[in-house]
Design a protein around this ligand. Sequence first.
Ligand SMILES: [Zn+2]
Length: 460
Amino acid sequence: MTKRRWGTTATALGCSMLLFAAVPASATGDGAAGSGDPYFPLAGNQGYDVEHYDLALDFTPSTHTLVAQATITAEAVKDLRSFNLDYSGPAIQRIQVDGRPAAFRQDGQELTVTPDRKVRRGKDFKVTVWYAGQPQQLDDPTLGVYGWINTDDGAVALNQPDGARTWYPVNDDIRDKATYTYRITTPNGTTALANGEPVGKPVVRGDRTTVVWSMRKPMASYLSMVAIGKYNVTNGKVGKLPNITAYDPALPVTDADLHRLTAEASVWGKAEFGPYPFDSTGGILDRIGVHYALETQSRPVYDGTARESTIVHEIAHQWYGNSVTPKSWADIWLNEGFATYATWLWREEHGGATAQSVFDGLYATPAGDPFWNLKTGDPGRDEIFNGDAIYTRGAMTLHALRMKMGDQDFFKLLRDWADKYKYRSADSRDLRKLAENISGKDLRPLFEAWLYTAAKPGTP
Ligand SMILES: [Zn+2]
């Protein structure tokens, strides 16, 4: 994510441990409600592993109405008499498990499904949920507006961190990646985009059109996205990689710069970080009113404007955040620190200020300044998008590492990190181990000072 205005709310120390809320027993099936994330304890569930989401979404912009059928293919990792999904979307009509009617109940964001026969450990099973109504966005005092967001001519879904449940039943565990198929039906003349690539040609039935999009590489649910509305779409290629961008023609700009800069940033990222991890790149520029951009997998979404540094930031996330994903939200600096540092590198390599001079300017911030008040590696649930602690100090942490390791080892680390944990999840400890293996240095003190101390670190 990139915020257009940094919401600097670094006024108090994070106390994330207080957020280890107990999961209400009433909401718990055999597959427990909640995956144990310290910041979002109810997001995600246990007892199964999702392999694929097939989302058939029929949306009418004029009434904001969604009629949907979600089919989730998962593997049971234990015997399940019942299991939970995260869901706070439109009213559910019915649910089937492996084609047989299943009982269900809802308690807050927890949807507990009880199949008529137990799902055995090790078995794949399919859950199909039919639902219809008007999805509602989430509006959090510190995280902002997210989830399913209606726009003047359609809707855009932006889920980070836990908004996927506003439009489909989901195992909203940051670690449970899956592939996706979207079958989106809208009134003729409306365009629908999503992550990944279009499959086949649009199918027109009467006054409605259905398009299919497919994300064939593993994706965390917070990165899933659909965009429905009036769009002008540009289909291009960067080498063999499709580059699909789109913009709302009601905007005063086209997507010419977005298309070109997305291509340039994707090529630059390949040279810098290693092979591009997905089967297409792109971007969507719309009027949404959320005041941030989000790195939705293979196709980031930009609100109102897409500046060069923002595009570089969101494209860098395709390697750092989307392909290599944190194991918990406490480690979000692994997304934002890397993406921010990518913009420093881009500037350094395009005739602008060096990363060292940017670092030096920031490091001059006095020790007593609130800039240093949070732990970058554990900021607390309400501070995961803190501009100072997560974005800027995350990038500074990487630069401190570069100073300690030397350029050769540091740039090897950037590539090896993207390669070793491709399509997987990793945490700060994994990064330290990899950096120590590459450099042969003990980096524990550096990580301790830069990530887990709410104070200005000593000179790296
Ligand atoms: Zn970001």
